[in-house]
Design a protein around this ligand. Structure first.
Ligand code: NDP
Ligand code: OXD
Length: 308
């Protein structure tokens, strides 16, 4: 019952030490030292190899070390293999922090003030009360809800959109594609925390931006595949959108001439919204392995067919 990790070296040593100390009964190996492929029952990685399912024929569970699982080619997972996403409290904390600074930064017009500083301009703009600033979150799962809980005390006018309609305290909820235009029309700041699936790919596009109020801003913390990058550039250049804070790109790292890198209306970060910390993720992973060994349901199991 070997657990095979495919993670960067600096993280491998941490995972190795944690398993050695707390779960020495579980044989653990680290890519590329895979041993006998037929012994591998559990596989844990951020980025899997292309031939994962062909190479490890006895695989039972794929553990993403990330919250997102779009990289696991879910359409081709063998019937007997389960895919489990990482519900690490450290990931939620990272997203809460990022979403917090991004929403507050846009609310308090920090991109404008930074630009003014570069231009040597000392000029105050009217301050809008948080209750008048409409913040909408796309994706009301683990991270979307954690973000809304963090934003609530500031008093923003909060809304959220998900596939199935939710009821959340203090949040105007919208569900499904038919309610998407109404949701978008109520967002001065739109924050994407969707999983990347067949249905959500390219959802941040010209039509979506046109449905936002003039002067709205975007935060993309989901995946680069959600965003049609050319459409964002057009919406910013036309002035319909004011600013964008972008953590994820179609191609990571971007090529050196990527237009976002020096765009005056875009703050770009290198996919650091959250980073899985083995120390906080270890307990979650071990608990799921123990559950699997006992024949119990694992936490974070990806539903076949939904893509998340
Ligand atoms: P969850 O699976 O807990 O939640 C997903 C949410 O998205 C659910 O509310 C779901 O709706 C909604 N959703 C899914 N498909 C659709 C659709 N077609 N239309 C409308 N809503 C939809 O995911 P998490 O909150 O844990 O993570 C969300 C994503 O955040 C990850 O998949 C990843 O892409 C991204 N992420 C980015 C990080 C970064 O560093 N930038 C770090 C961690 C995650 P419903 O409730 O109806 O099921
Ligand atoms: C994740 C990520 O999905 O880091 O966890 O992007």
């Amino acid at each position: 019952m070997t657990l095979l990790f495919k993670v960067p070296d600096e993280r491998a040593s941490v995972w190795k030490a944690l398993f050695a100390e707390h779960a020495p009964d579980i044989p653990v190996r680290f890519w590329p030292d895979i041993g006998d492929p037929a012994q591998v029952r559990y596989f844990a990685a951020w980025q899997p190899p292309a031939d994962l399912y062909e190479r490890f024929t006895e695989l039972e569970v794929v553990f993403a070390t990330s919250a997102g699982v779009d990289q696991f080619d879910l359409a081709h997972v063998p019937d007997l293999v389960s895919v489990v996403r990482m519900l690490d409290p450290g990931i939620a904390q990272g997203i809460i922090e990022y979403a917090g600074f991004a929403v507050l930064g846009l609310h308090r017009q920090l991109p404008t003030y930074l630009q003014q500083q570069r231009e040597g301009v000392w000029k105050a703009h009217p301050l809008l009360a948080a209750s008048k600033r409409r913040v909408g979150v796309m994706g009301l799962g683990n991270l979307g809800q954690a973000t809304l809980n963090t934003l609530r005390p500031f008093g923003f006018a909060l809304s959220g959109w998900s596939r199935t309609l939710k009821t959340l305290p203090g949040v105007q909820c919208y569900g499904g594609l038919e309610q998407l235009p109404d949701f978008l029309g109520s967002c001065d700041i739109l924050l994407c925390l969707l999983p990347l699936t067949h249905d959500t790919a390219g959802i941040l596009n010209a039509q979506t931006f046109a449905a936002l109020p003039a002067g709205a801003s975007l935060i993309n913390l989901g995946r680069g595949g959600h965003l049609v990058e050319a459409d964002l550039l057009a919406a910013l250049d036309s002035g319909h959108l004011a600013h964008a804070i972008v953590d994820v790109l179609q191609e990571e790292p971007p090529r050196s001439d990527h237009p976002f890198l020096d765009h005056p209306k875009i703050w770009l970060t290198p996919h650091i919204g959250a980073m899985t910390d083995p120390h906080s993720a270890f307990e979650v992973l071990l608990e799921n392995i123990r559950r699997h060994q006992r024949g119990e349901d694992m936490v974070g199991l990806v539903e076949p067919g939904t893509g998340y």
